[in-house]
Design a protein around this ligand. Structure first.
Ligand code: NAD
Ligand code: LMR
Length: 339
């Protein structure tokens, strides 16, 4: 697609006035938290994406070195590092997509909710800057706890009168990547061909793997083991890293996949691009946000698919997820409106 756009730009300049080419010619993606464990490999994968023409790397820590390093790669994106509050507006201005992996990661023994006290304030500050500098951008929230940070972003954007529920996403893609990997390994299937829905939220029991939609069958014990591993895959990595953080490389892969899906749908106008993502949704009564399969389009969320058929076992997972999710969401909403 990039080649096609470049061809049009070089040989048929008038076509650059067409909406397709205008949007595909200027695609700025901003990574907030770009110097971190996720931020750096995510920036690398985004730099390899030929749809991106400008990559803005922002962090409160130094990001100039990361930007200089990536800028030597011969792909189209022009890379710029930004640091500190003064440079945040420039990092965000004109962004098509803002990806947020800013904040602290877990250490062994912590839940994602234990990160709330620090990350809620960080995400609130970033959302405020987005409201002021890039209110039309698509926003992909990676910072944990996602079940609460997505409502925080939404509430801040609402306060500034710029909230578009179709444009704010919680990135749960790593749960789907894990489900595909673990089922592929168990069944000897090519995990790249699998597309297992993982719905609900992104923490422990709120993660609902819908293995009944995987096209494979499982014994009770296989299913128990798989569901537990998908729900607690993050803990597996936290434990293995032994105090040095949580998933970064697999998250960068998942984040880049999600970003690419948003860009394919919104820039290339590709039809039928689908991802599970935690968005404003009314598929579950009483829950303002929920992740199911979402079809992406030019304006973000194009269609929210309903909850797939659930087995009796999955229905119990769902029942356990709902109250926990409700509390997580309310905590995020209250943080913005009551503090
Ligand atoms: P990290 O500590 O390695 O990196 C975080 C970066 O954020 C650091 O460079 C830090 O300087 C920066 N930062 C802190 N405050 C900032 C601010 N106000 N503005 C801009 N940048 C700021 O952590 P990490 O391993 O990259 O993880 C980041 C977050 O992503 C954590 O909250 C983690 O729990 C979460 N995470 C989410 C998923 C998911 O599936 N959604 C997966 C893995 C990790
Ligand atoms: C993950 O699922 O790996 C992330 O949410 C990070 C974590 O804290 O487990």
């Amino acid at each position: 697609a990039y080649c096609a756009a470049a061809f049009l730009a070089i040989f048929l300049p008038p076509f650059c006035f067409l909406p397709f080419c205008m949007s595909s010619c200027q695609v700025k993606v901003t990574v907030i938290g770009a110097a971190g464990g996720i931020g750096q490999p995510l920036a690398l994968l985004l730099k390899a994406n030929p749809l991106i023409t400008e990559l803005a790397l922002y962090d409160v820590a130094p990001s100039a070195g990361v930007a200089a390093d990536l800028s030597h790669i011969n792909t189209p994106a022009k890379v710029t590092g930004y640091r500190g509050d003064d440079q945040l507006p420039a990092a965000l201005s004109g962004a098509h997509l803002v990806v947020i992996p800013a904040g602290v990661p877990r250490k062994p023994g912590m839940t994602r909710d234990d990160l709330f006290n620090i990350n809620a304030g960080i995400v609130k500050g970033i959302a405020t800057a987005i409201a002021k500098n890039s209110p039309k951008a698509f926003v992909a929230v990676i910072s944990n706890p996602v079940n609460s940070t997505v409502p925080i972003v939404a509430e801040v954007l609402k306060q500034h009168g710029v909230y578009d529920p179709k444009r704010v996403f919680g990135v749960t893609t790593l749960d789907i990547v894990r489900a595909n990997t673990f089922v592929g390994e168990l069944k000897g299937a090519d995990s790249q061909t699998l597309s297992i829905p993982v719905i609900g939220g992104h923490s422990g029991v709120t993660i609902i793997p819908v293995l009944s939609a995987s096209g494979h069958t499982f014994s009770d014990s296989e299913r128990e083991t798989l569901v537990h591993r998908i729900q607690y895959g993050g803990d597996e990595v936290v434990k293995a890293k032994d105090g040095a953080g949580s998933a970064t490389l697999s998250m960068a892969f998942a984040g880049a996949r999600f970003a690419n899906s948003v860009l394919e749908a919104s820039v290339l106008k590709k039809a039928g691009v689908k991802e599970c993502t935690f968005v404003k949704s009314d598929v579950v009564e009483g829950l303002e946000y929920f992740s199911t399969v979402v079809e992406l389009g030019a304006e973000g969320v194009a269609k929210i698919h309903p909850i797939p058929n659930l087995s009796e076992y999955e229905r119990k997972l769902f029942d356990a997820a709902v109250p926990e999710l409700k509390g997580n969401i309310q905590k995020g909403v209250d943080f913005v409106n009551k503090s």
